[in-house]
Design a protein around this ligand. Structure first.
Ligand SMILES: *[C@@H]1O[C@H](CO)[C@@H](O)[C@H](O)[C@H]1NC(C)=O
Length: 205
């Protein structure tokens, strides 16, 4: 048997190292299903060509435009914006809220979210799974921290008469997001109305 070329061994070892490193973040295996916009697997960069800029992002101090339908604006710094996050299982977001506006119920399938309020007052909450669908809420002021466990539906509502700003850490390089109302009532094509309007046989308390 001919011996395997040396370069092939190097390439395979490199790929294996990258695969093992990515085990800390479940993204590469589930990404294709959850977010078709990013590649199935992000390749590790050659350490020799990586620079400090691959680990750097600038601009999260800038207030975002909230003049949209929701009155809120999420700026997510994930692996698409900050390549150095690849395989590290973490990302960051800035969320801006106009007065009395909302980041509506949504879920991050791949990440837990921890937020800290930098400005204003937010009413936040999450709901547990179908075992009891229990709601946990809190009013957060500047400096307060709250955590939304992975996968659970949660929201943030600016209950103050000034703008609010929060920063969030997420335990995935690409946590994904599903806004419940958009997915159920705004799908493309729409879900058959019979599916959405059929009344439940069981009384919901
Ligand atoms: C969020 O803010 C940025 C910058 O202010 C703006 O370009 C973008 O369109 C805004 N997104 C939404 C959904 O309004």
């Amino acid at each position: 048997m001919r011996s395997v070329p040396k370069y092939l061994v190097t390439v395979l070892l490199f790929a294996l190292a990258c695969f093992l490193a990515s085990a800390s973040d479940p993204v590469p295996s589930k990404t294709s299903v959850l977010q078709s916009t990013i590649p199935l697997l992000l390749f590790c960069m050659d350490p020799k060509v990586v620079t400090a800029n691959d680990f750097f992002f600038s601009g999260l101090q800038i207030p975002r435009n909230t003049a949209n339908r929701l009155g809120s604006n999420v700026t997510l710094v994930n692996v698409d914006k900050l390549p150095g996050l690849n395989t590290l299982g973490i990302s960051l977001a800035r969320i801006d809220f106009a007065p009395y506006e909302l980041n509506p119920p949504h879920t991050h399938p791949l990440g837990t979210e921890i937020i800290v309020v930098a400005e204003g007052t937010l009413y936040v909450g999450f709901v547990t799974s179908n075992t009891d669908n229990k709601l946990f809420t809190k009013v957060l002021n500047k400096g307060d921290v709250f955590v939304f466990p992975i996968g659970l539906i949660h929201f943030q509502f600016n209950v103050g008469k000034t703008n609010a700003v929060a920063f969030a850490g997420l335990s995935s390089q690409n946590p994904g997001v599903i806004t419940i109302a958009n997915a159920v009532f705004g799908s493309n094509p729409p879900i058959n109305p019979d599916v959405l309007t059929r009344p439940s046989k069981w009384k919901i308390m």
